[in-house]
Structure formats: structure tokens, C-alpha cells
Design a binder for this molecule. Sequence first.
Ligand code: GTB
Length: 214
Amino acid sequence: MAATITAFDHSPDRGRGLARDMRVRWALEEVGQPYTVLSVPWAAMKHPDHRARNPFGQIPTFHEGDLALFESGAIVLHIAERHGGLLPDDASARARAIAWMFAALNTVEPPVVELSMAFLVERDQPWYEARRPMLVERVQARLRELSDHLGNADWLDGAFSAGDLLMVTVLRRLGSTGLLDGYPTLAAYIARAEARPAYARAFAAQLAAFNAAS
Ligand code: GTB
């Protein structure tokens, strides 16, 4: 039975693949699993029907048979554990790849989201210009560290893994900030990931959904 995922019916990113359904679509494409998409209108996001899928009233969610999941990281981990291609077989390498999944979501994503949310909701506030350098420096610190770790390697730890998939979806959110321009290693890392056929299929699908809803 094909999985069903939920996504925005009209994503605020205007089809740039920045909403978190993109990472779930990409993971499913990497492992070659079909899926269907249930679009959730904004007005229905906090409705009890959707809160039954995700108590926080957010997308994405994942449903397959009698399994219902929310949290994009948990969904990607589930997909990676059930199907080959996103986690190494070797137990230690697998544990390290999972550590990179957590690093993407717990160490890199928070400052990235804080910076983008500040721009979205605080940029007209009197404190915004004073606060922004601190937010930028927090992101820059993570970019420096990540860039140093990556060095000349293609991926974070050996072969492409679910850790790279999540890290790239987090870094892509910085696209409009210009901050990645100072990190050619990371820009090349993102480009390498975006060149993967599975990424291209996932990106095209979410863009087609956005265009169909417009
Ligand atoms: N921790 C959860 C997860 O990883 O699944 C977070 C899920 C989440 O934040 N979902 C967002 C949502 O449902 C959509 S992806 N928001 C509606 C709500 O909370 O009511 C976040 C997002 C939205 C828009 C852009 N964008 O326009 O660029 C990027 C990311």
C-alpha cells in the first residue's frame, strides 16, 4: 500500500521546496517508494481532523497501513529504516548517519529557523536591526563548523545518507539570505544533493502541486 503524506495545499514558499514535506518526498523518492499527497488547506490545519494526524496541527504527516506518524525527522528515519538506500548497513556507520540526522534538526536547524522567522515576523520591530547580527552569527558559526567538517568530502560521513538529506533541506532555507555565498564548500554540497534524480523528482512534484493550486 502506498504511503500518504500531508502537505500545504498552497505552500507559502511558492514551490521553492522549503516546506518540510519536501524532505519526506525526497526520502520516498530516494528509496523508490510511491506515495500520494493529501493537501491540507490553511483553514483546516488546526481542525480536529488534522490534529488527529499531528497534535500540533502541522504538515507533514505520514500514513501507511495502520501506522500514522508526524515530525519530518521521525518520518524520514522510519522510511530510511524500512527501505535500503538512506542508512548504511554497518551498525556504527548507521549510528553516525542517525547522529547527522539529529545534528541537522537539533543543532543546525534551530538557528536557521530563528533567523528566518525573525525576518518574517520581526523585521518591522524596532529591535530587529540590533538583534539580527547575533542571529546571523549563530548561523555563521554552524556554517563554518559544517564547512570545516565537510572539507573535500562529498557527504557528511561516507555515502549519501538520511543525514545529508536532512542537512541539505535545512541549509536550503538559507538560500535567500546570501549567507551561503561565503561557504563554497557548502554551496557545492547543496548543489551535489540537488543534482540527485530523487531530489529532482521530489522538487518537481511539490512545485507542480503549488502551480496546480495557484
Ligand atoms: N518539527 C516539525 C517537523 O519537522 O515536522 C515542524 C513542522 C512544521 O513546522 N510544519 C510547518 C507547518 O505546518 C510547515 S514546514 N506550519 C503551519 C503551522 O504551524 O500552523 C515550515 C515552513 C513553512 C514555510 C516555509 N517557507 O515559506 O519558506 C518554510 C518552512
